[in-house]
Design a protein around this ligand. Structure first.
Ligand code: IPD
Ligand code: CA
Ligand code: CA
Length: 263
């Protein structure tokens, strides 16, 4: 497999998909809800996923696609070349704020992450990695993450986990919030992962993410030394949803041991 050629193709269709979203969404947006009133999807999410599928199949019909909107093959294993795509991560931001939403793509070959992309559509900022060769923010190589103390860390977390909830001991998370330097909540898992791998955040925690939220980001994470696991400390299973933490290696284990207590 010629990874350089695949990378050039992937970047080309990500930039093109971003351009199409920027050109159409202010006048052509139809919003619907999915599993609940806060789970939004638009015609542009679906059109963008379809654009990827058509382009990828024209490039190589043997490639398979797992997309959030379910328009690809959704294979039940990662055998062969599998693209895992979230056409718009942060749909609520997309609808409400018209910014802070990402296209994110991970390309796996026989289950091994090879190419990872997180593209901020409005800023036209690309975070990406080629496994074993490094990670880049636009044209600049990303540095390996530097060690830091928990007291210096800025952590991404959704405020709903810090109120009483059935999944996690929120009192422990309050202790974490009191310990760290600051917290942020951006409303796009892929954006928060992009910020951790580029050192703009030092950790990000979620109680439930899907494979397409993280598939691109965890490939970038490997190249900069960020640690990404579920909240048990195990690797994320890309065939199902799971809990998730990504963090600077100097604080990942410390957060899991001292501040995470699942119910
Ligand atoms: C969602 C966003 C959000 C995260 C949710 C995801 P979507 O993705 O990443 O930040 O908290 O768990 O489902 O629905 O906007 O693609
Ligand atoms: Ca998502
Ligand atoms: Ca999405």
């Amino acid at each position: 497999m010629d990874l350089k050629r695949l990378d050039a193709f992937a970047k080309g269709i990500i930039f093109e998909a971003g351009k199409r979203i920027r050109e159409s969404f202010t006048y052509d947006l139809e919003v619907e809800t999915k599993s609940n009133a806060n789970d939004l999807v638009t015609n542009i999410d679906r059109e963008t996923e379809l654009f990827f599928i058509e382009q990828i199949h024209a490039f190589d019909p043997s490639h398979k696609i797992i997309g959030e909107e379910g328009m690809g093959e959704r294979p039940d294993s990662l055998a062969g070349v599998v693209w895992i795509i979230d056409p718009i991560d942060g749909t609520m931001n997309f609808v409400k704020q018209h910014r802070h939403f990402m296209i994110t793509v991970g390309i796996y070959i026989d289950g091994i992450g090879k190419l990872g992309y997180i593209f901020d559509v409005m800023r036209e900022d690309l975070f990406y990695a080629i496994a074993g060769e490094g990670a880049w923010y636009n044209d600049s190589p990303m540095r390996k993450l530097q060690p830091l103390k928990i007291e210096e860390a800025v952590i991404g977390i959704n405020a709903s986990w810090v109120t009483p909830n059935p999944k996690i001991n929120h009192e422990k998370l309050i202790e974490l919030i009191r310990t760290v330097r600051g917290t942020r909540s951006y409303g796009s898992a892929a954006m928060e992962i992009a910020f951790v791998v580029s050192g703009k955040l030092d950790g990000y925690i979620s109680m439930r993410l899907a494979p397409w939220d993280i598939a691109g980001g965890i490939i970038i994470a490997q190249e900069v030394g960020a640690i990404a696991t579920n909240l048990e400390g195990n690797g994320f299973d890309l065939m199902q949803s799971d809990t998730f933490i990504i963090a600077n290696p100097s604080i990942h284990q410390l957060i899991l041991e001292n501040y995470i207590e699942q119910k």
